[in-house]
Each structure stands twice: as structure tokens, then as C-alpha cells.
Design a protein around this ligand. Structure first.
Ligand SMILES: [Mg+2]
Length: 289
């Protein structure tokens, strides 16, 4: 029988990173660091961060270096080997057709006069990603409809990802090629590297994780997620009849509280029972060095 292997894909901010208001269990990240040395595990960070902010997170929070990083909310995939981060060209070619020949600046001009939208800092933008601020109490549906209407006129297929940055009291809107979601980037990675659905687990905490959390992938919502995200995720998987594909961390796994990395590990062990052993004891004894 083939040995179990796992593609563990996780959001960073307030999922693996304990940068929310809730407490982190102190054992959680040390256990993740040990787990990351298991040859059975391929680790993928899936984040809105660009490369330099990904590197900051890894350094500041002492996270393991991943095997892959899906950055800029899905618009870039890096393959990481021997400390080298290589953008995966095949992924850019995959997403480019959605924008029908248009690039960042063309679309920014078309959306310029929509009320309540302000472009974020230049570092948050890239060729295939526009990122905006909006007031957190904006009529989300009306705003998204206005943006969608203008893009459709250009023949642009876009995903509009809305989320709320609670500490900064800001609404955030990302405009991406429709196939450049976190979800499709994970699917692309699974297909290119030959991971089945049973071998893949995704973890997240917030609005921009919802498509992947409710997609039918084996998915984990960490315990520190906002209540409205939890409710929306549950309603969606119930409606799709895939309740068993979403695990909501509740705490108690290895004495941890289910927040952040503890919740990711709890969910991984739920979907892949073998992983409990890897998390608890590491993989050193089963590997001939
Ligand atoms: Mg997050």
C-alpha cells in the first residue's frame, strides 16, 4: 500500500499566525515545526501576502519554510527549494486569459470613480491583482455588483473577494482573475503534483478563505474565526450537502485550544488520522536517514 502523504495548505494571518485577539497555545508552533520535517508532508502557505511579507511572517513567527507558497491571494505560486523562491510560470499562463488582455492599470482606470473604493498601497497591487479599501459597513452586494458590471463590459472574468480587517476597521476588496483564487491555485497544485482529495487539507479563518473552505476540499476553520464567517461557512456546506468536508476546530486536541496553528493541526488529524502520530511524535523514527 502506498504510504500516506499530505498536501497541507494553510492561510497565514490569524490561521497559522497568532496575530488575532485570542490566545495561542504555546505548544502549537513547535509541533508544526517538527511536523514540517516529515517527508510525508508537503506544506503550502496560501496567503494574501506578497513574497516579502511572506518572508517577514516566516521570520517573525518562526514558521517552517514551506514547499510552496500561494501568494497575493492566489495570483502567484512559488516553488521553494534550497531557500530559492521560484514563481511558477505555468500558473501565470493559466490565469492570464481571464482578463482578456487587460492588466492592472487598465482595470484600475475603469473602476476609478466607483464610490467608497480607494486603491491600497502600491505594494499590495500586482499585474493580476487590484486591492481596494472600503468602509467596513459598505453595502457589500451593491458595491460588488457595480464593480462586476464594469468588468463584464470589458469581457473580463474576475473574482471579487470581500473581507474585513477587524483590528484596522477596514473593508478589503480584491479583484483577481477568476481562476486565480486560493481555491483554484490549490487545485492546480494538486493536479500538477498528483495529490488526491483525500491527501489534501486546507485551513483558513476569514472571508477570503470561504470559497476554499466550502469547496468540497477537506477544510478546517480555526476556532478563532469570527462568528459570521463560521455561520456563512456552515450554511454553505449544508446547502451543498458536504458538511463532512468542513471541520471546525473546537480545541482539546493534545491539550491545545484550537486557535490558530493548534486548530490547523487538530483539523489535519481529523481528516488524516495518521497525521496525529506525526504531530505528536514527529517522523524521525520511521525514516531511515
Ligand atoms: Mg487569515
Amino acid at each position: 500500500m502506498a504510504e500516506t502523504r499530505v498536501l497541507l495548505c494553510s492561510d497565514l494571518d490569524r490561521t497559522l499566525l497568532p496575530n488575532g485577539r485570542q490566545e495561542e497555545s504555546p505548544q502549537a508552533r513547535p509541533l508544526l515545526r517538527r511536523l514540517s520535517r516529515c517527508p510525508q508532508l508537503s506544506l503550502v502557505y496560501v496567503s494574501g501576502r506578497d513574497k516579502s511579507l511572506l518572508l517577514d511572517a516566516i521570520r517573525d513567527y518562526d514558521l517552517p519554510v514551506p514547499d510552496y507558497a500561494i501568494g497575493d491571494v492566489g495570483t502567484t505560486i512559488y516553488q521553494i527549494q534550497d531557500g530559492q523562491w521560484r514563481p511558477w510560470q505555468a500558473w501565470e499562463e493559466e490565469i492570464m486569459p481571464d482578463w482578456a488582455g487587460h492588466r492592472h492599470d487598465d482595470l484600475a482606470a475603469v473602476l476609478q470613480d466607483i464610490d467608497h473604493l480607494t486603491l491600497q498601497e502600491p505594494a499590495k497591487q500586482n499585474t493580476f491583482k487590484l486591492s481596494y479599501y472600503a468602509p467596513p459597513d459598505t453595502d457589500r452586494d451593491a458595491l460588488l455588483a457595480a464593480v462586476e458590471a464594469r468588468l463584464q463590459r470589458l469581457g473580463v472574468r474576475a473574482s471579487l473577494i470581500w473581507s474585513i480587517d477587524e483590528p484596522r476597521h477596514l473593508g478589503l476588496l480584491d479583484v483577481l482573475p477568476r481562476s486565480a483564487t486560493k481555491y483554484h491555485a490549490i487545485r492546480f497544485l494538486m493536479q500538477q503534483k498528483g495529490f488526491s482529495e483525500r491527501e489534501t487539507v486546507f485551513a483558513g479563518d476569514s472571508g477570503n478563505d470561504l470559497p476554499a473552505l466550502t469547496s468540497g476540499l477537506q477544510a478546517v476553520l480555526v476556532r478563532n474565526a469570527r462568528q459570521d464567517v463560521r455561520e456563512e461557512a456552515l450554511a454553505s456546506v449544508r446547502q451543498k450537502g458536504i458538511v463532512e468536508r468542513l471541520y471546525i476546530a473546537r480545541g482539546g486536541f493534545l491539550g491545545m485550544n484550537g486557535n490558530y496553528t493548534a486548530g490547523v493541526l487538530e483539523g489535519l488529524a481529523h481528516f488524516v488520522p495518521e497525521a496525529r502520530q506525526w504531530i505528536e511524535h514527529g517522523c524521525d523514527q520511521s525514516v531511515s536517514q
